[in-house]
Design a protein around this ligand. Sequence first.
Ligand code: ADP
Ligand code: ZN
Length: 371
Amino acid sequence: MTEPALTVDLGERSYPLYIDSQIISSESLYRKHISGRNVLIVTDENTAPHYLPALQETLSGFNCNRLVLPPGESQKTLDTVASIYDQLMRDRFDRNSTLIALGGGVVGDICGFAAATYQRGVRFVQVPTTLLAQVDSSVGGKTGVNHPLGKNMIGAFHQPACVIADMDTLTTLPARELKAGLAEVIKYGLIDDAEFFQWVDKNLSGLLSLEATSLRQAVAHCCENKARIVASDEREKGKRALLNLGHTFGHAIENACGYGVWLHGEAIAAGMCLAAQFSIALGQLPEPDLAIIKSVFQRADLPVQPPAEMTAQDCLNLMSRDKKVKDNILTLVLMKGIGRAFLSTDYDRSILEHTLDSAFSGAAGCLSENE
Ligand code: ADP
Ligand code: ZN
């Protein structure tokens, strides 16, 4: 019987994280966390061929249906959520049903939001199959979809009943997606774990070549960090916002280029470099740290510059719509050092504009038509 690697400690909403190889088809795990007989597996067209048949077989003792969505960030819309409600209604699924999100962060966010809202909330199980989802998005209960004008603008907090992260699923993941997931792994080191940053730096080639022990260690370590932060601040009143390092800049990049053109991990890698550059301009981060940070991203084949077709003004416009804007003030996650991120609201706006002007210099702008 597989034991949980960790528990996210949230009182009555606490739940286990199973992190291991060969657990995706472990019937006893699902049985423990499914309520009722009705199960809907939500997945996407790229994930389904690899893992759906076996999972359906595992769950053949339940009334198990499936919904296969087109893949990609551009599917993270209310229309897609409506298609899940349609299926649940057609299949006469009641409140005692369980949704299973089989796939990456996109499937997890959409399926989680459908679970949060269908009949005011049903159970759901996260079965993350991308590195990004295993280290970040499947843990913590943030669910939701994009609005054309802003990423993750519609959503709900809804914790899963458990997370089943099987590292073996990463063997079928396209290399570009694996690298994008590494951006979130590196993020944990930059936030508050310099030792882990160094570990990733040292073990990067093992991670890129899917070396099983390194991968398991990285996933477990990131989940541990995330579980601790989420347990201390479930609804992002304070510390949890540190997990958004690079994300305000990154979300602006994703939106400006069109969802899915830059992968989330790629956008936040460039976003973390922008956060570092701004921190240096404010006199907070020692300049040599930027080269160290860039070097890890570059060796993971991740971008360290924003897209050439975007301007500083594009970025500022999109950042002003970020969820971290409260009463017109945008909270940014900055760095005093590697492993020393902090939240700031009282930075000098003209220095921000100046930093972005030089980082985006030469761009022609890609939002001029739709802004
Ligand atoms: P993320 O997890 O980064 O948010 P997605 O959910 O969009 O991203 O997943 C990234 C892409 O990889 C999608 O096209 C998805 O269908 C595909 N995918 C997810 N998991 C696997 C896997 N284990 N093997 C192959 N392709 C996968
Ligand atoms: Zn992220």
